[in-house]
Design a protein around this ligand. Structure first.
Ligand code: KG4
Ligand code: ZN
Length: 343
């Protein structure tokens, strides 16, 4: 099935054509990073207005790059949530309008589920279940157990800042451009081990995370002025990576997971990728960097699998802004109990 997918949950307007939830024929991403950089963060009203400007050209480009027209599209998918309401509405309604106008099946997709399904966009054997998913984005940090397509059980997550949010805030403390994540990672390349010891919140007895203490510790170090930017960036990155890789590898072992799937913007971090590969006993899948950060191909991949299970969304379904993993899974289970039980 050839799906046109649209994503606009935050500050990227994206469209893609994806076949059978596995092959991205095109993936176009119009980033607004430069627009928001001067404010040091995303301004929701500016983002939604920019989505309005970008949406039609981006969809046109995605179709052209895939060598097709709307006549070749068999279903339309859009990101339903979580994200910024004003941003979500633009892409979601564009997807609905195309589906309605063309009388095509329509599906609303959970953005975080999309991040996970970026792992299906890679050639070769499909990911195997049960899988442990580490979702690390700008807004979420979750450890989710996935027994089959569309079935999620959240076993841990952050109690305060998301991993990407912590990178972005520390980037700002260090005077680096927005978004901080990639810039902190770049600065860390010229840093190395030092006498600076930043704290790791292990949250013993749970698979939860906490990054706010680490962020405050980094603030105090910056204020004291004893260490240079590359050293602080290196030590901060090591502290985040240590906890993420340590907890993920341990939980994968305890659950007997067949694979670990990494997802979200922070999965683009090279040190995190290295350390997860090194510490996990089972295969670790991490999407190529272009599919780690926000894109629409991942939405098309998730949609392809749900559409194949017979799922459709009502055309009047609304967006949502906060996530609930249990709800995502329950919905799928209700629709396809036999398929779900078979996995
Ligand atoms: O998944 P994503 O593109 O958007 C959300 O759904 O939130 O994630 C964006 C986050 C930002 O916080 C960004 O700083 C972070 O991913 N990020 C990175 C790297 N590349 C992007 N963090 C650390 N290292 C990177 N290389
Ligand atoms: Zn995202």
């Amino acid at each position: 099935m050839r799906v046109l997918a649209i994503e606009s949950s935050c500050d990227e307007t994206a469209a893609a054509v994806v076949v059978d939830g596995r092959v991205a024929r095109s993936s176009v991403v119009a980033s607004q990073v430069d627009l928001h950089a001067r404010y040091g963060g995303i301004v929701p009203e500016v983002a939604s207005r920019q989505h309005l400007r970008n949406i039609i050209p981006v969809v046109r480009e995605a179709l052209a790059n895939a060598g097709c027209t709307l006549d070749d599209i068999e279903a339309v998918a859009g990101t339903r949530g979580p994200g910024l309401a004003g941003s979500l509405l633009v892409g979601y309604n564009a997807a609905k309008a195309i589906a309605f106008g063309r009388e095509l099946p329509f599906l609303g997709v959970n953005h975080l589920e999309g991040h996970i399904y970026a792992n299906w966009l890679v050639e070769g054997a499909e990911p195997r279940f049960p899988a442990l998913c580490l979702v690390v984005s700008g807004g979420h940090t979750d450890l989710v157990f996935m027994r089959g397509h569309g079935l999620y059980e959240r076993l841990g997550g952050t109690r305060d800042d998301a991993a990407g949010e912590a990178f972005d805030k520390v980037g700002r403390l260090l005077g680096l451009p927005f978004p901080g994540g990639p810039h902190v990672a770049k600065a860390a390349e010229t840093g190395g081990p030092s006498s600076l010891e930043l704290p790791r919140a292990w949250m013993h007895g749970s698979f939860d995370f906490s990054f706010s203490g680490l962020k405050t510790a980094a603030l105090h170090v910056v204020q004291a002025g004893q260490y240079d930017v590359p050293t602080i960036a290196w030590e901060f990155q090591e502290a985040v990576v240590d906890v993420l890789a340590g907890k993920t590898s341990r939980l994968a072992r305890e659950l007997g997971a067949a694979e670990v799937l990494v997802a979200g913007g922070v999965a683009a971090n090279t040190r995190l990728r290295e350390e997860l590969q090194r510490r996990c006993a089972v295969p670790v899948r991490i999407p190529p960097k272009e599919f780690c950060t926000d894109n629409a191909a991942m939405i098309g991949a998730a949609a392809g699998h749900r559409l194949a299970l017979g799922e459709r969304s009502p055309i009047d379904e609304d967006i949502f802004t906060t996530n609930q993993w249990a709800r995502v899974g329950e919905r799928e289970q209700a629709i396809s109990p036999r398929k779900a039980a078979a996995v």
